[in-house]
Design a protein around this ligand. Structure first.
Ligand code: ARG
Length: 562
């Protein structure tokens, strides 16, 4: 059991008529300063219900907190209950938890293996995989691991943007200026070139846009040439994307994109009609979704269906196929309105499962303070970024550790990790300035720093010939306390990440743990003293376990040497 739970049980006993265990757990947290103890409960809310001063209530609770396991003492200060751990007992308790549970340490049984669908990555076919899509990919991938850690079955869905007017544009551009050989050789770059050229020329020549609409209509109607170009572009793009996913070790349970729902949209429109939700508006069909939000457009004037309609079909399909209890959409900020509309339509259709649907937005990837755009072709290709990062990691290894085994594998783990961590250490709503340089730094708040700490721990264990269960005494260095306390907070960090759909909670936690651990082994010679060696290595082992598991939750790997 987590110590926090032990404390919460003792406190809840005193306030059971007002607060549940969950209530108490949500309110106790480490105080700002270590002098104020290890956990604190503010009594201001209780003061209102009991009609007593917060200090009196704190004193009452404190007077009953005797004989609580692992607790040294409690104090009532300015309306807070401050709890002080018995460091030695708590340290031994935490270490035992980590060492026995290993990778399962921090598992939270919040779910009961129910399905959670996670719609992430979802790039647009025939456009390059942009840095913006990188954000969705890494956040979504990490959330999938976090959901699993919290007891759910994650269903990873890549809702490919494989339908839409951009295909009309590409077909026109390809038929005018494209060469089969070029597209076959460098599909993404070539298709991007065509896409950019289309927009340039369309600025001079309006008729190109009409032409593009025409070709998209042909595609929707099943015209053979349009269809075969579409299939070809799609295949080529998918192959390129899968290279990136492979580099990042990301897999999906479904890659059903927008086109998959083409034959499922009539049914949606029919259901909306049956439920009397469809309204005509200026020739189009819409559903009203409340005064604060514009109506959701279901069918255009010309009868073609839309992005929102496909998302409705997808939601129905996912509920039917996976019976999800939660359905996350990891998609940029700018689509907030779209998801609000879609979720409201589902609600108006009378499906209670709309409650589990959540848009998980994130900020933009900026370049020199401006949004990165695909249109103008000034786009940084993710594959290039990953390859640059890997090359740099290779160079570092060649300089610092030339005899490293499997150096290619390690370079990939470190290079990719650097890119992922650069993104995930930021609260997801923040805009991020794209900086290849920052990403690849090996010191400071970076992925390689955490990976390095893990490698350091692994080396110590190897040098010290660590074998589990060797230490029998409960010796703990005073210098190790900060590290061990942090080890005890891992489950909390996971809970926070889960509750706010925010992997940065884990990334920040790992940085803190790495810093504490580096300080510890910098101040105590772990291997020198034979009597204490194994007890010290227990701490090192526990750090290794938690860093490795934490990195896994971010979608990263933890090499044993680097
Ligand atoms: N392809 C879309 C884009 O790049 C994102 C799709 C997100 N998922 C969804 N179900 N709408 O903007």
């Amino acid at each position: 059991m987590e110590i926090k739970e032990i404390v919460a049980i003792a406190i809840q006993e005193q306030v059971k008529e007002h607060w549940s265990m969950e209530d108490v757990l949500a309110r106790i947290s480490p105080p700002k300063y270590a002098e104020m103890g290890d956990l604190a409960l503010p009594c201001f809310e209780l003061a209102k219900v009991y009609r007593q001063s917060p200090q009196t209530i704190a004193e009452n609770i404190v007077s009953k907190l005797v004989d609580v396991p692992l607790i040294d003492r409690a104090e009532a200060v300015s309306g807070y209950v401050n709890v002080f751990f018995n460091k030695e007992l708590v340290a031994a308790h935490i270490l035992k938890e980590v060492l026995t549970k290993q990778a399962h340490y921090g598992d939270l049984a919040i779910g009961n293996q129910e399905a959670v669908t996670i719609d992430f990555s979802s790039p647009n076919i025939a456009k390059p995989f942009s840095m913006g899509h990188l954000r969705s990919t890494v956040i979504g991938n990490s959330l999938a691991y976090i959901m699993e850690k919290c007891g759910y079955t994650a269903v990873r869905i890549n809702h490919l943007g494989d339908w839409g007017t951009q295909f009309g544009k590409l077909m026109v551009a390809y038929r005018l200026w494209g060469k089969e050989q070029d597209v076959k050789q460098r599909p993404i770059q070539e298709l991007l070139k065509l896409y950019v050229r289309f927009h340039e020329e369309a600025e001079q020549d309006e008729s190109l846009n009409d032409e593009a609409r025409l070709w998209f209509k042909k595609l929707e109607e099943g015209n053979a040439e349009a269809r075969s170009l579409w299939t070809w572009f799609r295949e080529e793009s998918l192959q390129e994307f899968s290279k990136i996913y492979e580099l990042m070790s990301i897999r999906f349970d479904s890659t059903n994109g927008e086109a998959f729902y083409n034959d499922k949209m009539d049914r949606v429109v029919q259901l909306l009609e049956e439920k009397n939700l469809l309204e005509a508006s200026e020739g189009a069909q819409v559903v009203q979704v409340g005064d604060d939000v514009p109506p959701c457009l279901i069918k255009k004037k010309d009868g073609t269906t839309l992005y929102a309609t496909r998302d409705l079909a997808a939601a129905l399909y996912r509920q039917k196929t996976y019976a999800f209890v939660k359905s996350l959409y990891v998609v940029g900020n700018e689509q907030t309105l779209h998801f609000k509309q879609v979720f409201r339509v589902i609600e108006k259709m009378g499906y209670t499962w709309h409650e589990g649907m959540t848009h998980v937005p994130f900020g933009m990837m900026l370049q020199n303070g401006k949004k990165m755009s695909t249109r103008k072709g000034k786009v940084v290709l993710l594959e290039d970024v990953l390859n640059d990062a890997i090359a740099l990691a290779e160079k570092n290894i060649a300089e610092k550790n030339p005899t490293l085994r499997d150096s290619e594998v390690v370079a990939r783990q470190v290079g990719v990790g650097a890119v992922l961590f650069h993104d995930l250490k930021n609260f997801r709503m923040n805009d991020i300035e794209f900086s290849l340089e920052d990403m690849l730094k090996v010191e400071g708040e970076t992925g390689p720093y955490v990976q390095y700490s893990h490698a350091r721990a692994s080396t110590l264990l190897k040098k010290g010939a660590y074998a589990e269960g060797q230490s029998s005494q409960s010796f703990v260095d005073a210098e190790a306390w900060a590290t061990i306390k942090l080890l005890g907070e891992f489950p909390e960090a996971i809970r926070r990440a889960y509750e706010s759909y925010d992997p940065s909670q884990i990334a920040k936690y790992l940085l803190e743990l790495s810093r504490a651990f580096n300080k510890y082994y910098g101040s105590v010679r772990i291997l020198d003293d034979a009597t204490h060696k194994h007890a010290r290595l227990d701490v090192v082992k526990a750090v290794q376990i938690v860093l490795s598991e934490g990195l896994r939750l971010l979608g990263m790997t933890a090499p044993k040497e680097m």
